[in-house]
Design a protein around this ligand. Structure first.
Ligand code: PLP
Length: 458
């Protein structure tokens, strides 16, 4: 515990009573929490009054920033009318109906139905269950295997964590589940071979997918999960032709495509959906986070008829679809989402991502000449800076993440929040960010790189 942590302080009580997500519990006991007290636009303030530009929009999610009154009013209004009702056993509520209709109609490809859940993980777990249910219904009970990608992030519940392609999400949790396997990530900078072009790298990844499918037996593979742009894996932007090539392999073998748009959805990549940016035609789209700007926990599974029809038949055979969450289709969450989507449209925030995103990407790319920057990548308002100590070997330090952690800490001291995934600094500011705030961010990063050089290069 730090000496400033007085016994009855919030910090000490946090250490005494909370186990934190994605935290080393022992380090937390020593260092205590950073307690965020309030928000204002893209900024948050800690209990000491220090202001931070949250260049991660919380967890890639607070698209409208941290003080949008219209979202608060939407929640308040709905709380007064009907603070809760469920969607089990054919019950429904107005906001969930309106939101389902809106999501189907705004989807980039023809969709048919929406199933509501409360988090990205729950949504992906639910999709896994629905895929098995569908295969049984379609008379293909052997078609149960699912492929996702190394460095892909799909959440932390048992199924979703199995989809997630990170060793830490599996190690000591006895995961992944046996029917879930991983193919290579689309990270050209890290994974390409000498002399490979982006296109030949994309071809290789598609061929590796084809080989995995052949090895496992094409008629045993039910679905492929992928984020249009990988977010939590370190903002990995697919190389040109990647998605076309992957999709043609999946199509050839009638494998369902699930687009995990939990980060990309609602403008992040410069279009409403990442699927539009990369010409992806999925059977299922999973959304969450920016759907309510994270003002309310809500996620949704948007599916086409090809997915829905066999599921409907199976529920008829079994007697009901025995799956659902108490909070699924929550009227307050749905009301907040409807207002959030209205605001994104009304304020032209997708166009803002076009202008401000282009400005951010351009300014970030001026950093690639810095000796500690190996790669700057990104699209729209999502980006990453890959820190390296050795540009040729593309490596940072003996322990991956050491340099990235120092860089995040230095930025934190400067009042800027980013998130390091190993040595990649992820940047994903609220969609409402303006040019001055991007300048503040880039100036902060430039200063940090100067300090980092002094710290890590001797
Ligand atoms: N899918 C993607 C692409 C994500 O980025 C995340 C969370 O970061 C999830 C799923 C899991 O969402 P949640 O944390 O709400 O369970």
């Amino acid at each position: 515990m730090t000496p400033t942590m007085l016994p009855s302080s919030q910090q000490a009580r946090d250490v005494a009573y909370q186990l934190h997500a994605y935290t080393n519990a022992r380090s937390h006991q020593r260092a205590g929490p950073l307690i965020i007290e309030r928000g204002e636009g893209p900024y948050v303030f800690d209990t000491a009054g220090k202001r931070y530009l949250d260049a991660m929009a919380g967890l890639w999610s607070a698209g409208l920033g941290f003080s949008e009154k219209r979202l608060i009013e939407a929640a308040h209004r709905q709380m007064q009318i009907l603070p809760f009702y469920h969607t089990f056993a054919s019950r429904s509520n107005g906001p969930s109906i309106a939101l389902a209709e809106k999501l189907v109609k705004m989807s980039p490809v023809p969709m048919s139905k929406v199933f509501f859940t409360n988090s990205g993980s729950e949504a992906n777990d639910t999709v896994l269950k629905l895929i098995a249910y569908r295969s049984n219904a379609a008379g293909q009970p052997q078609r149960k295997k699912v492929i996702s990608r190394l460095r892909g992030y799909h959440g932390v519940t048992i199924g979703a964590a199995s989809l997630t392609g990170f060793p830490d999400n599996h190690r000591s949790f006895d995961l992944p589940l046996p029917n879930i396997m991983h193919t290579g990530s689309p990270h050209f900078y890290k994974d390409s071979r000498a002399g490979e072009s982006e296109e030949t790298f994309a071809t290789r990844r598609a061929e590796e997918l084809e080989s995995l499918i052949q090895r496992e037996g094409a008629d045993t593979i039910a679905a492929f999960f992928g984020e249009p742009v990988m977010g939590a894996g370190g903002v990995i932007v697919p190389p040109p032709t990647y998605w076309d090539k992957i999709q043609s392999v999946l199509k050839k073998h009638s494998i369902l495509l699930v687009a995990d748009e939990v980060i990309c959805g609602f403008g992040r990549t410069g279009k409403m959906f990442g699927c539009e940016t990369y010409n992806i035609a999925p059977d299922v789209i999973v959304v969450s986070k920016q759907l309510t700007s994270s003002y309310f926990p809500l996620s949704a599974i948007i599916m086409n008829d090809y997915m829905f029809e066999p599921i409907a038949d199976e529920s008829n055979k079994v007697g009901l679809l025995a799956h659902g969450f108490t909070g699924g289709g929550h009227p307050v969450g749905a009301a907040v989402a409807l207002e959030n989507l209205k605001l994104i449209e009304e304020r032209g925030l997708i166009a803002n991502v076009g202008h401000i995103g282009a400005y951010m990407q351009e300014r970030l790319r001026t950093l690639v000449d810095h000796p500690l920057v190996g790669e700057v990548r990104g699209v729209g308002l999502i980006a990453a800076i890959e820190l390296v100590l050795d540009k040729k070997r593309k490596v940072a330090a003996t322990t991956p993440g050491d340099v990235g952690s120092i860089a995040s800490r230095l930025l934190h001291e400067r009042g800027i929040i980013v998130r390091n995934v190993d040595d990649a600094l992820s940047i994903c500011p609220p969609l409402i960010v303006n040019k001055d705030q991007i300048d503040e961010l880039i100036d902060g990063i430039t200063g940090m790189l100067h300090d980092l050089k002094a710290t890590v290069v001797n």
